[in-house]
Ligand binder design. Structure first.
Ligand code: URA
Length: 271
């Protein structure tokens, strides 16, 4: 080994030993401080984490918090919200999507359908519920005597999670205020949450969809009916009967007559 290399190795060893010594001394001071506190009767300390961004910076990135949005009902249009989303990169889904899927339909709809997030077809076309599950949702809407352009359709997250995995909590956090703002801009008479993910996320609960469905809940002052996702109906057509029961309750809530036809949601016999 050359003299220079020996000298450099010795310097690094010395520096590492210095850092370790310093860490030991800091640890000893913290221990002594905690022992002092304990002796004087303090047996717990509040844990405060300083936020990495200020409240104003957070609002600029993620939109205003839900209680502020509640007070903004009617103050924003869907176009303003779309403009604010822009070429959104607030979470990593922005890097893998083809299209941001904002929502479609009537900006003054009495009824809003909310799904989980775009799948492959939706990502490619930039429109929610246009794949197989979407076709079934369209049939359900039509069985109610409505068209897709009468209602508004959107998702909790606006960009497709890769391989259709569940959206991560950070992705939901980055996106969900936009959905609430959409709902406040439309101010519908009722919302239908399609499937476990949308229902549990909007209601902030972990209750299974089989127990949530069929009963109205409150979502920021708007009645929300959880029901099965159309994709679940594709896997198990027997669930269509329950969905049709839920849709009948929704129609009643928004003051609609039941359509005079023999079959209900997507070909299910009306009782
Ligand atoms: N599933 C959803 O939850 N949303 C869509 O837009 C399509 C499929």
């Amino acid at each position: 080994m050359s003299n220079t290399l020996i000298q450099n190795t010795a310097n690094v060893k010395g520096a590492v030993a210095g850092v370790a010594e310093e860490a030991e001394s800091v640890l000893a001071s913290v221990k002594a401080y905690l022992a002092d506190l304990s002796e004087s009767g303090v047996d717990e300390l509040p844990l405060t984490v300083s936020p990495l961004v200020s409240a104003a910076e957070r609002d600029m990135l993620l939109g205003p918090p839900p209680d502020i949005i509640d007070g903004m009902a009617g103050a924003e249009t869907l176009d303003m919200i779309r403009l604010d989303l822009g070429d959104c990169r607030r979470c990593q889904l922005g890097n893998t999507r083809t299209n941001l899927v904002f929502g479609v339909g009537n900006p003054n709809a009495r009824l809003v359908f909310v799904g989980e997030g775009p799948g492959r077809d939706e990502d490619l076309q930039g429109e929610p519920f246009v794949g197989e599950a979407g076709k079934l949702l369209t049939k359900i809407i039509e069985a109610m005597g409505l068209t897709r352009s009468d209602v508004y359709i959107c998702n909790v997250v606006k960009c497709r999670p890769p391989q259709n995995r569940d959206p991560l909590p950070s992705e939901i956090e980055a996106c969900s205020s936009f959905m609430l703002r959409q709902v406040k801009a439309i101010n519908p008479s009722a919302i239908v949450a399609l499937g476990k993910f949308a229902a549990q996320t909007l209601l902030g609960v972990k209750t299974p969809i089989s127990r949530l469905r069929g009963a109205f809940q409150d979502y920021h002052g708007i009645p929300l009916m959880p029901t099965f996702h159309p994709a679940a109906l594709l896997r198990d057509p027997a669930l269509k009967r329950d969905v049709w029961e839920d849709m009948k309750q929704v129609m009643k809530k928004i003051g609609m007559e039941l359509p005079a036809q023999k079959t209900g949601a997507a070909g299910v016999e009306q009782p």
